[in-house]
Design a protein around this ligand. Structure first.
Ligand code: PHE
Length: 649
């Protein structure tokens, strides 16, 4: 939650410097203009497309997409996914590219040029993105751990010889169990098959001891100490990742342009090798059939649609402010819409392509275990960090090599997404304070990211990751997307922006684009936000509050609220800042009076909306009293003036 503070510190320091600059306004204006003229540029169109594809194609394509697709209708999921791509993904990507390129600025300044009151929205997008990158780096740290574990297939070995004994088959397990039961209780060990051990390895070794079941037991006094204990290898690997991020971006688009020429093709080639290998495995067809077999009935479930939009937003890097920043390095005359189509299709095709690598192996595993594919597949991170390793263990020595390639592909996929958000924040700060050295900004953000991301490197890290991920992706990104549409459609001339795009683009946009940005995308997003909101208000997310009281309230709602308030402050929208303060205060007061959290929140919201609206209108009326109601004398003078004008005509 506190992860955005380093940025705020940079901003406060920078604000002081900027005040000095502002006072010499005329001269500094000229200076800022020359800086803008000298804006850094991508070395080529290809570099821009590669960087945008690199940001979009990430862990989400391998980790999220296959699982989301299969659990939400398999082949039938491709329909909501494609609808989401056309109705929200592509129109918004064009919008973000157009904003960055037209205004030659990152998210906060580009949105401020539409309407000053929207500057905060740019900061909010960056804060949401930054928050996502903090846990994203933790997932990359898991991938590092598995890259190291792959050559020895470490997940097939006991994590603690004194506690567990690992055997190959169920029969052996039975036999071992009997032997162990014959021993005195103190010496008894738990017998696990290799497959079961992969899950234990993930929780105990990779996550350093993730034991939500134990922590949830009432009266467990040691849980706090245990939950917040840092896991050394996760700390080390996340440090390494932040260092790599810094090295990739400290020189700006010039270095990013070079790095993405490696980090984008590398995972695609690696995945290609994995697919070819996967397709020849016994049972691969069964896995693919399971993935692609359409379950049409699920299309009637609104949650499936919700997941499709969520996946599109996360996967295309929409609502992070990244694409605005990247497009701002494009010369004003560059293509926009075709670049957006290329990026979107390249990303979605990679998701589809990566699913083949994952599902062929899952099919192989099911065949080897003689069960159904549905029985071996696991949710979320379990798919890549448990199911996939189990399959690797069954491939013998080839599994060791394939394992290294697979986890390396995850790392190369993740790194360019992770540095894209840091770059977006750098652009945001640099636009506002052009004199600060970009290297210094990058270093502060990376160091801050490492420090504040440490919460995800503790034993309970996966739990925090899960909560924050739900709130950031379902609310944060969707909210940014919605407000971006509203800003452009209702506070700017969207027809003009379309013309700007069409004048320089290979694919011409019709009125359909206006219709999507004005009505369709906002309507869909409002609906999705409302459904999600009512769901999260009525249930505690994943029951985490049983493990640690208020964990969801604080890390979900509280975190989101904090980011909003911070962006109001940094974006200098004091009206929203004050009203959100009143909202928070009212919620706390009502909560202290004993009302449950959702009731307190809704009560406070009702108060703020109704009384706030009334206050604003009354204040407006008071301000304009003198202007609107002319005195009698003024009224007469006005009448005689217009009468004179009539005569002269
Ligand atoms: N598009 C990325 C993915 O699919 C998501 C992401 C972008 C995460 C930027 C962090 C920063 O994985």
């Amino acid at each position: 939650m506190v992860g955005v503070f380093p940025t705020v510190v940079v901003l406060v320091v920078a604000e002081k410097r900027a005040a000095a600059v502002d006072s010499e306004s005329a001269r500094s204006h000229r200076e800022i203009e020359t800086v803008a003229e000298k804006r850094e540029r991508w070395p080529s169109r290809l570099a821009f497309i590669m960087a945008a594809v690199g940001s979009a194609v990430g862990l989400g394509n391998v980790w999220r997409f296959p699982y989301v697709a299969y659990s939400n209708g398999g082949g039938a999921f491709l329909i909501p996914y494609f609808v989401a791509l056309i109705t929200a993904g592509i129109p918004l990507m064009i919008l973000e590219y157009a904003l960055g390129q037209r205004f030659q600025a990152g998210a906060p300044e580009a949105l401020a040029k539409i309407c000053k009151g929207f500057r905060w929205l740019g900061w909010f997008a960056l804060f949401v993105g930054l928050s996502i990158s903090f846990y994203y780096v933790a997932v990359m740290a898991y991938a590092w751990r598995y890259t190291v574990a792959s050559p020895t297939l470490e997940w097939t070995k006991s994590v603690d010889e004194t506690k567990y004994v690992v055997v190959k088959t169920e029969d052996e397990k039975e036999q071992r169990l009997a032997e162990e039961n014959a021993k005195p209780e103190k010496e008894r060990r738990e017998a696990l098959t290799e497959d079961e051990n992969a899950g234990v390895f993930f929780a105990e070794k990779a996550l350093g001891g993730f034991r939500p079941g134990e922590w949830a037991k009432p009266g467990n006094t040691a849980k706090h100490r245990e939950m917040f204990m840092p896991v050394p290898h996760l700390v080390l690997f996340s440090f390494l990742t932040w260092l790599l991020i810094f090295l990739a971006i400290y020189k700006g688009p010039e270095s990013v342009g070079k790095v993405v020429m490696w980090t984008v093709p590398a995972p695609i080639i690696l995945l290609g090798i994995l697919i070819i290998h996967g397709l020849f495995l016994k049972g691969a067809g069964q896995g693919l059939a399971f993935f692609l077999n359409p379950n049409w009935a699920l299309l009637r479930d609104v949650n499936v649609w919700l997941r499709a939009y969520g996946q599109i937003f996360f996967s295309l890097s929409l609502g992070f402010g990244i694409l605005i920043a990247y497009a701002s390095y494009q010369p004003k005359e560059s293509d926009i819409s075709n670049n957006a189509f290329i990026t979107s299709f390249a990303n979605c095709a990679t998701s589809f392509y990566a699913s083949f690598a994952v599902f062929s192996v899952v099919g192989y595993l099911a065949t080897a275990m003689n069960t159904g594919v549905g029985d071996v597949i696991k949710a979320g991170p379990g798919l890549v960090f448990v199911t996939y390793p189990i399959a690797l263990a069954k491939m013998g020595n080839v599994g060791r090599v394939i394992g290294v390639l697979f986890f390396l592909s995850l790392l190369t996929l993740g790194i360019d997404s992770a540095f894209s958000i840091v770059e977006a924040v750098v652009v945001g700060i640099k636009d506002r304070f052009p004199k600060i050295d970009r290297r210094r900004i990058s270093a502060v953000i990376c160091a801050g990211g490492f420090i504040f991301g440490l919460i995800y490197c503790t034993r309970s890290g996966l739990m925090w990751l899960d909560i924050v991920d739900n709130w950031m992706t379902n609310y944060g990104l969707a909210l940014v997307g919605l407000l971006e549409c509203i800003a452009v459609a209702y506070f700017f001339n969207i027809g003009k922006l379309r013309e700007f795009v069409n004048e320089r683009s290979e694919i011409k946009l019709g009125y359909w684009w206006d219709a999507f940005v004005k009505f369709v995308t906002p309507a869909v997003l409002i609906f999705l936000l409302a459904v999600q909101f009512s769901k999260d208000l009525t249930t505690t997310y994943e029951g985490y509050d049983q493990i640690l009281k208020y964990s969801v309230t604080i890390m979900g709602w509280g975190y989101l609220a904090l980011l909003l308030v911070l962006s109001f402050a940094v974006g200098k929208n004091w009206t929203l800042f004050i009203w959100s303060g009143v909202l928070a205060g009212m919620t706390i007061i009502l909560r202290l009076c004993g009302t449950p959290f959702p009731v307190a929140g809704m009560g406070a919201l009702g108060f703020v909306l109704l009384f706030g609206g009334l206050c604003i209108c009354v204040l407006k009326a008071m301000k304009s009293r003198g202007v609107e109601a002319p005195t009698d004398e003024e009224g007469e003078a006005e009448q005689s003036r217009s009468a004179a004008e009539d005569k002269s005509e």
